[in-house]
Design a binder for this molecule. Structure first.
Ligand SMILES: [Zn+2]
Ligand SMILES: [Zn+2]
Length: 253
């Protein structure tokens, strides 16, 4: 099915993974738009709801948790301009070596409407090793060691927390897709098909689809113009033989 035909036949109901200028380091804005800019794009694309999910606090350009009340105020003001849109305040927590496996502690969970989580290059979780191994042809034995460590980390985070969506599994670091899929199945965590990253790819998705998991397509937009992007991801899912019925935010027009 062509991208144009997909856009004609299907719609995205919601985009629950987008970034804003609250993901920043010093004067550098990692996300380029304000909350209202993402909302405007979401409304223009006819989404029912949008989530603002900036990076967890351990990320280089992670969220400052002290800004959460300000983000809530921004959302309230934005809703006055887009009354039909629902806007959630979430976070894309980092999977790291902490007691609960995330850089968002159990005490901070209640500050968000929901928590997504993903692996990123952040300190103290084999950042340099994973970065090099993923980008360069590293010895197989070392790759396998990292794969075991990364998989254990993700499975632990999934089992220790109520995570809504596992973001871009398999991107940035090697994992055992079977073990991760099984943990998503056991914990009812959505597997993300990410419009911005190369993983999961069609081969990865062919593994995930063998488990009793549901999928979600998210844009992971770092610019407002990418909010609501979904057609390429749906094409990828179809290529992997995933029934669109299993993707929670896809609807026939
Ligand atoms: Zn991410
Ligand atoms: Zn993201």
């Amino acid at each position: 099915m062509s991208i144009e035909d997909i856009k004609k036949e299907y719609r995205l109901k919601f985009d629950h993974h987008t970034h804003t200028i609250y993901s920043k380091v010093g004067p550098y804005f990692h996300g380029k738009g304000r909350i209202i800019d993402n909302a405007r794009a979401a409304a223009k694309r006819g989404l029912d709801s949008l989530a603002i999910t900036d990076h967890g606090p351990s990320d280089f350009y992670g969220l400052d948790l002290r800004k959460l009340p300000q983000m809530r105020r921004d959302i309230a003001l934005t809703l006055a301009s887009f009354p039909k849109l629902r806007i959630y305040l979430g976070v894309e927590a980092d999977i790291v070596d902490t007691p609960n496996g995330l850089d968002v502690s159990p005490e901070d969970f209640g500050k968000f409407d929901f928590v997504n989580a993903g692996y990123h290059y952040v300190p103290k979780c084999h950042m340099i090793h994973n970065f090099l191994a993923f980008k360069l042809p590293w010895p197989k034995k070392l790759q396998e060691k990292l794969r075991r460590q990364n998989t254990a980390r993700i499975v632990k985070a999934l089992k220790s927390n109520d995570i809504k969506t596992l973001t871009h599994p398999g991107d940035k670091a090697f994992i055992d897709e079977h073990a991760v899929a099984k943990a998503c199945e056991e914990t009812g965590t959505l597997v993300e098909i990410n419009a911005r990253h190369k993983h999961p790819d069609a081969a990865d998705l062919q593994i995930y689809k063998q488990y009793d998991v549901k999928f979600v397509i998210n844009s992971d937009a770092h610019r407002p113009r990418n909010v609501g992007r979904f057609a390429e991801s749906l094409a990828l899912a179809m290529e992997a033989g995933i029934d669109p019925e299993r993707i929670v935010n896809i609807q026939k027009r």
